[in-house]
Structures are given as structure tokens and as C-alpha cells.
Design a protein around this ligand. Structure first.
Ligand code: FAD
Length: 436
């Protein structure tokens, strides 16, 4: 998990702590390095405080599911009930199946059923609970919310990326609503341009549970009515992205091998990715000689966030031009992203490597130069992160080695040739599939 994401969680806990105190509820924080210690710890707390019910949000990754099973059975022994909710998605993974009663493997039919399910039960937001007058648990704090924020790495320094993402409810809701009301109608037109504010940037809040997808849909409906669920409305495309998020959770739930480092299409576990460390470092450090890729990777290190179009470009370049193992990059992204989300990140990487569910076909390979020309035509995004290319024209900026001495500018020659690497990758995939 990225440091910035840990800091964001701590920031959120400090807010939650204050918010709950207003309602006479004490937030107790326990830390454990091992999931295996949790059942005992929770069971002990229940016995000491006479707690009869435990509620939690489900997590769909393999280890987390095993943890929750263990918690449930330990609590059962002391007669405490344990209920899991599915509030990290809009539609619970076990709620929709195809006509054969099997889980969907392709997004489009899944989305159709998903939209039906959502339309049948539109979300409402319950009134906030009143302050408690009984059952107040005395604070017996193992770690206080304040302690957590005090101890954060980089807290208060220029390096604390999480400071750019205030995590209080009023700020989050205001930010999301500003997007939904003003920008969502134009989302289909603007969402692919990294240099403009065309997307919501709420992913960090969704990833730590400070915001739920139900709240997202609720506010869309408040602003645009049910019309927002029809394909003609701009917000429909945005709602579809929320459905992609649900879909990757669904896939992880029904096909647990994907959360254990394995490709969804299992035969690809034997595919020979290359293990060129120098290529990996050049990609990670923004030194590939492809400006759009390099600018995106530098921005990721500096800001902990990356625009979706850029995630697709750098991932395609990594998997298809460098042919490196997608699992390395999946891990690297998680170590950097403030919105690191296991299911979406895993789904995005498997999609890009053509080994996932509903993945890009192996022969459809992004050309980083034409992607750059289409989605950053004036090089605005590139110049923000690669100041050494500042004086290049919009014609030169996408492929500087073609028209200038890049090394003199303090930039890099392309580490691979586009045409040659694409041809080699296609041949590798074709040969691999033919030999199955
Ligand atoms: P918006 O465009 O405003 O979309 C609204 C919300 O919908 C997002 O916040 C997100 O929760 C969801 N969403 C949008 N696009 C996708 C998508 N393709 N897949 C799943 N959910 C989506 N998203 C993460 O939240 N965490 C990750 O770790 C992550 N890793 C990714 C890795 C790769 C290789 C790729 C290709 C995509 C990844 N995504 C990830 C998906 C997507 O890039 C981000 O969700 C999006 O850029 C977040 O910006 P936003 O909040 O402005 O999105």
C-alpha cells in the first residue's frame, strides 16, 4: 500500500473519530500485522465489552475472505453474531448471474443486468443517527486517531501527498457534487484528456471507503434524475465506470485465483514474459524516450495519482512493447497510488496484458505516439512533467528523437523501437496460443 494511501486512511480516521464523538461513540483503533490475530482480538473485545453484534463491510480478496470466515466462526463460539455488508459495491457479487446461472465473464452483458438490478433498487441515503444516550463504551484506546496522524510518514512535509486530498465528509461530497453537476454531462467528451479536469478524481475516497458507490449514484440521481441512467445522458458513461469497479470486485469474488497472482485466463500463467530489469527501471523512472509514458510515470511518483487514459497507455506500453510481467507493474502501481484498489488495479493490469476477463485482444496494441497526439495534442500534459521538452513544438513533442538531439535536451532515446517490439509481441502471443 502506498504511503500516501496510509496517510489518507489515518486522516480519515481522525475525522471519523471526531464525527463519532459528537454522537457519543468512541472510535477504537487496533493495529495488527497479521490477519490471523484478528479473530482472537475481536472476540476478546466482544467479551470484555459485552458486545453481541459485529458488522463489517465485505472485502473480496482471497486472504480477506479467509480472515472474515475465521472471525465469524470464532465469534460464533461466544454467541456473537457477525454480519457482512456489501457497501463497497452497488450490486452484491452474488446478486447477478447469466442465464445459465454462472458468473458473467464479459462486462457488457454484466452491465445490462447490473443496470436492471440498480434501477430496481435505487439508493437512498438514511438520515444520520442521533447521538447515543446508552451503551457508551469507555475509551480504552490502543492507538488513538491523533496518534496515527502524528506518526504518519511525511506528515506535514511537502512530500505528504495525502494533504492534497482532504478526507472530511463535507469536502468529499462537495467535490463529488461539483463534478456531477457541472462536469458529468460532458464526461464522455472530456474524460480522455489528461490535461483537463474531465473526471471526478474521487477514486482515493472510494478506495478507502470514505465514499461509497451508493452515494455516487444517489447524488447522480439527485442532480440529473433517472434520465442519467439512459445512454443518451453524459452521466450514464460515468455510472458505467462505477459499474466497471463493481465488475472487477465481482470477478475477484467468483474467480479467486485472480487475487493470487494468476491470470484470469489460466493458460497464460505459462506465457513467457521478459524479465529485463533495465527496461523495468526505465519505465518506472520515466526514462523510456516516449514522452507521454515518461510524463505519466513521473506524475505518478510525484502525485500518487494517474489519469485513466494514461494508466491505459503506460500499461499497454509496459505489457506490449516491453513484454514485462504484469504482476511487477501491478505491485509497483499499488506501492504508488493513493487510490490503489486491489480489484480495479488487478483488473486494469490483466486487461492491458490481454490475460484478464474481457481483456484487450493481444493484437490490439496502443501506439504511444498516436495516443499522445490524440489525447495530449498540444503536449500540455507532457510539458508539465518533462520541462526539458518545453520549447518543442506540438509536432515535435510526441516523438522528439525524430527531430532533435534529445540527449542534449536532457531527455532519452526510445528504449525500444515501436514497430519492431509490436511485431515481436504479436508473434510471441500467436506462437504461444498456437502451441496450446
Ligand atoms: P472517473 O473517471 O471519475 O470514474 C469514477 C469512478 O469509477 C472512479 O473513481 C473509479 O472508482 C471507477 N472507475 C473508473 N474507471 C474505472 C476502471 N477502468 N476500472 C475500474 N473502476 C473504474 N482505479 C482505482 O480506483 N484504483 C486502482 O488502483 C486502479 N488501477 C488501475 C490500473 C490500470 C492499469 C488501469 C488501466 C486502470 C486502473 N484503475 C484503478 C481504473 C481507473 O484508472 C481509475 O479508477 C480512474 O482513473 C480514477 O479516476 P477518477 O476518480 O477521476 O475516475
Amino acid at each position: 500500500m502506498a504511503k500516501s494511501k496510509i496517510n489518507l486512511i489515518h486522516q480519515r480516521l481522525a475525522f471519523l473519530h471526531k464525527d463519532l464523538l459528537k454522537r457519543n461513540i468512541t472510535l477504537q483503533i487496533f493495529q495488527s500485522t497479521e490477519y490471523s490475530a484478528l479473530p482472537e482480538k475481536i472476540s476478546q473485545l466482544c467479551s470484555e465489552e459485552d458486545i453481541t453484534h459485529v458488522y463489517s463491510n465485505a472485502e473480496y480478496e482471497w486472504d480477506e475472505r479467509q480472515r472474515d470466515k475465521a472471525v465469524k466462526s470464532t465469534l460464533k463460539e461466544i454467541d456473537v453474531s457477525f454480519a457482512l455488508f456489501h457497501d463497497t459495491c452497488l450490486v452484491k457479487p452474488t446478486d447477478i448471474f447469466n442465464l445459465k446461472n454462472e458468473p458473467y465473464k464479459v462486462f457488457t452483458p454484466y452491465f445490462k443486468r447490473w443496470l436492471d438490478a440498480v434501477s430496481r433498487q435505487l439508493p437512498s441515503v438514511p438520515d444520520r443517527n442521533k447521538a447515543r444516550s446508552t451503551g457508551f463504551i469507555k475509551p480504552k484506546v490502543e492507538v488513538s486517531a491523533e496518534d496515527l496522524t502524528k506518526n504518519d510518514a511525511n506528515k506535514g512535509t511537502d512530500n505528504d501527498i495525502s494533504l492534497s486530498w482532504p478526507a472530511t465528509d463535507p469536502v468529499i461530497i462537495k467535490k463529488m457534487n461539483a463534478f456531477i453537476i457541472e462536469l458529468a454531462p460532458d464526461y464522455p467528451k472530456n474524460r480522455d484528456i489528461p490535461s483537463i479536469d474531465g473526471t471526478s478524481k474521487i477514486s482515493p475516497y472510494l478506495s478507502i471507503g470514505a465514499l461509497s458507490p451508493k452515494q455516487c449514484l444517489y447524488h447522480v440521481l439527485q442532480a440529473h434524475g433517472e434520465e442519467a441512467l439512459t445512454p443518451e445522458h453524459g452521466a450514464h458513461t460515468w455510472v458505467k465506470e462505477i459499474a466497471w469497479r463493481d465488475f472487477y470486485r465481482y470477478v475477484m469474488y467468483h474467480f479467486p485465483h485472480v487475487s493470487r497472482g494468476l491470470p484470469f485466463q489460466k493458460h497464460y500463467q505459462h506465457f513467457k514474459w521478459e524479465t529485463n530489469q533495465a527496461h523495468f527501471s526505465a519505465w518506472r523512472d520515466g526514462k523510456t524516450g516516449y514522452p507521454i509514458v515518461d510524463a505519466a510515470m513521473i506524475a505518478l511518483k510525484e502525485t500518487g495519482w494517474m489519469h485513466n487514459r494514461l494508466r491505459m497507455i503506460v500499461a499497454s506500453f509496459y505489457c506490449k512493447h516491453l513484454m514485462l510481467p504484469w504482476q511487477w507493474a501491478e505491485k509497483y502501481f499499488m506501492s504508488q497510488l493513493i487510490d490503489g484498489d486491489y480489484a480495479s488495479n488487478n483488473g486494469g493490469w490483466q486487461w492491458s496484458a490481454s490475460v484478464g476477463t474481457d481483456a484487450a485482444p493481444y493484437f490490439r496494441i496502443f501506439n504511444p505516439t498516436t495516443q499522445s497526439q490524440r489525447f495530449d495534442p498540444q503536449g500540455v500534459f507532457i510539458k508539465t512533467w518533462l520541462p526539458q521538452l518545453h520549447n518543442l513544438s506540438h509536432k515535435q513533442i510526441h516523438e522528439p528523437s525524430k527531430s532533435c538531439d534529445v540527449q542534449k535536451l536532457g531527455y532519452y532515446l526510445p528504449i525500444v523501437d515501436h514497430k519492431a517490439s509490436v511485431a515481436r509481441t504479436k508473434q510471441q502471443f500467436k506462437g504461444f496460443l498456437a502451441a496450446l
